[in-house]
Ligand binder design. Structure first.
Ligand code: PGA
Length: 267
């Protein structure tokens, strides 16, 4: 049977990372409802996830039911038995319908999260039946290409506790820290070629660590100053499997455009 273009397309994963925004529950609801109205059922080839602050998740339940946006968390703790002041466990996040959890974002790594802790969190998310979006990325690039060794170490470490059957729920988000807007990044944008080269490298590390068949099961996203203007390039030349989006995810019109572009041009 000849496949239509639509059938050939791979679903692109578009993840909005709201970080510590917006400031109130009411604003969070407006943000999600606006997105719901914009994307409704018009974009079947893009899977859309918004990672809201934990505090707002209960208040977003009604709006989530009305739309097709999935709920993600920005972090999840690996243990749900012992006392851990201030933490929210993967099991707790599940009770409010969270399906995806970001692990090891560079902004958390900068507060001391190391590869060991991140591997434990990845394992907990996958064992809990959820999808782990694990961030890797170098602080800066050096002319000798040592940053490849750095990424290799991060990827190998996160793979150590992943079981084969869990691979389809493992997503690796390549976010070069120097390209993340605000915070620790410098807001420079990586080129689609930079993203593609790193995607291929990450896939090679997956092959070397596990085996070749694992590569097609793990999505590799790009993140770092993604916007409505550069998204298409990251899909076409960058061959990305999706996006992790900070700043633009708080602007409904811009985020919607990225969802549309992902839906139309999915690889
Ligand atoms: P940015 O953030 O899109 O604002 O650069 C990305 C991220 O930190 O996940």
């Amino acid at each position: 049977m000849v496949k239509t273009n639509a059938q050939k397309k791979k679903n692109i994963l578009v993840v909005g990372n709201w970080k510590m925004h917006p400031g109130t529950q009411a604003e969070a609801i407006i943000l999600l409802e606006t997105l719901n109205r914009n994307i409704k059922s018009k974009t079947p080839y893009a899977t859309v996830v918004v990672c809201s602050p934990t505090l707002f998740m209960v208040g977003l339940q009604k709006s989530l039911k009305k739309g097709r946006t999935l709920l993600g968390a920005q972090d999840g703790f690996f243990d749900d038995t012992a006392p851990h002041t201030g933490e929210t466990s993967v099991a707790m996040l599940k009770t409010v319908g969270v399906s995806h959890i970001i692990v090891g974002h560079s902004e958390r790594r900068s507060h001391g999260e190391d590869d060991q802790l991140i591997a434990k969190k990845v394992s907990a998310v996958l064992q809990g039946g959820l999808t782990a979006i694990v961030c890797v990325g170098e602080k800066e690039r050096d002319v000798h290409g040592d940053y490849f060794t750095f990424i290799e170490k991060q990827v190998k470490s996160l793979l150590q506790t992943v079981k084969k059957a869990q691979l389809p729920r493992l997503v690796i988000a390549y976010e070069p820290i120097w390209a993340i807007s605000g915070g620790n990044g410098h807001g420079k944008t990586a080129t689609p070629e930079d993203a593609y080269e790193m995607k291929l490298f990450i896939q090679k590390v997956i092959t070397d660590t596990l085996d070749r068949s694992a590569v097609s099961k793990v999505r590799v996203l790009y993140g770092g100053s993604v916007n409505e203007e550069n998204a298409e390039g990251f899909i076409h030349e960058g061959k990305t499997d999706g996006f992790l989006i900070g700043g633009a995810s708080l602007k409904p019109a811009d985020f919607t455009k990225i969802v549309y572009i992902s839906d139309i041009y999915g690889n």
